[in-house]
Design a protein around this ligand. Structure first.
Ligand code: AP5
Ligand code: ZN
Length: 217
């Protein structure tokens, strides 16, 4: 299966993709994570992406498509993938369709996580992640059981993203509405769109997603 999670920054794409990965054995492919890794490694793509990401704009289709294509070729991806944060433009959606067609595959479903903009600022500004295992948390909505200690691995180093500040979040939301929201129509026209009310709590959203994914299998 090839599942797409669509939704604005802070909708819960990463949170839910990690859960689906565990439950259904699918591989989470986050272009945001891939780009942050490229920035940290100082690759040519990373150098070009850094300032664009810090400004809350979209990295060029060319860079993102290349980075995703390379990762999708990995043998582990044969089990099925959850695309988290890709595609984000019509050009990327068309490139994905072409890429999948090469191996006789196609998109199984695009699931739109529906939320209100105002709530996203709050979700993003409270977010932090365990540096050791990558588990995501939130100051109010998903705190660690013991302050400063990861529930999953016991790690004590927590990180906050450079683009998670109020100013950048506004640009990220604007980029979503202008460039990514048209994809709701793109997948709707192809009969592939499913929607989930992502204003619900994390567990309720997971339940709705599970039902959709189980239906596809
Ligand atoms: P990316 O890393 O994809 O970030 P994003 O889309 O802005 O999404 P986020 O990671 O911020 O949010 P999320 O939906 O995953 O929410 P999360 O689960 O963490 O992209 C970053 C940048 O990279 C882009 O701006 C762009 O520059 C570049 N980029 C990436 N892909 C690209 C592409 N394809 N093309 C071009 N450029 C690209 O949840 C947020 C918080 O809320 C967490 O703390 C969580 O615990 C909490 N939470 C989650 N769900 C709930 C809930 N239901 N109730 C309460 N709290 C919740
Ligand atoms: Zn951890």
């Amino acid at each position: 299966a090839v599942l797409i999670l669509l939704g604005p920054p802070g909708a819960g794409k990463g949170t839910q993709a990690r859960k689906l990965e565990q439950e259904f054995g699918l591989v989470q492919l986050s272009t945001g994570d891939m780009l942050r890794a490229a920035v940290a490694a100082g690759t040519e793509a990373g150098k070009q992406a850094k300032s664009v990401m810090e400004a809350g704009q979209l990295v060029s289709d060319e860079i993102v498509i290349a980075i995703l294509r390379e990762r999708m070729d990995g043998p582990d991806c044969r089990r099925g993938v959850i695309l988290d944060g890709f595609p984000r433009t019509t050009v990327q959606a068309e490139a994905l369709d072409a890429m999948l067609a090469e191996s006789g595959q196609s998109v199984s479903a695009a699931i739109s996580l529906e939320v209100e903009d105002e709530a996203m600022i709050e979700r993003i500004s409270g977010r932090f992640t365990c540096a050791t295992c990558g588990e995501g948390y939130h100051d109010s909505f998903k705190p660690t059981r013991v302050p400063g200690v990861c529930d999953k691995c016991g790690g004590t180093e927590m990180i906050r993203r450079a683009d998670d500040n109020a100013e950048t979040v506004a640009s990220r939301l604007a980029a979503y509405h202008e460039q990514t929201e048209p994809l709701i129509r793109y997948y709707g026209d192809r009969g592939l769109l499913k929607s989930v009310d992502a204003m619900q709590g994390i567990e309720a959203v997971t339940r709705d997603l599970d039902a959709i994914v189980r239906d596809l299998a």
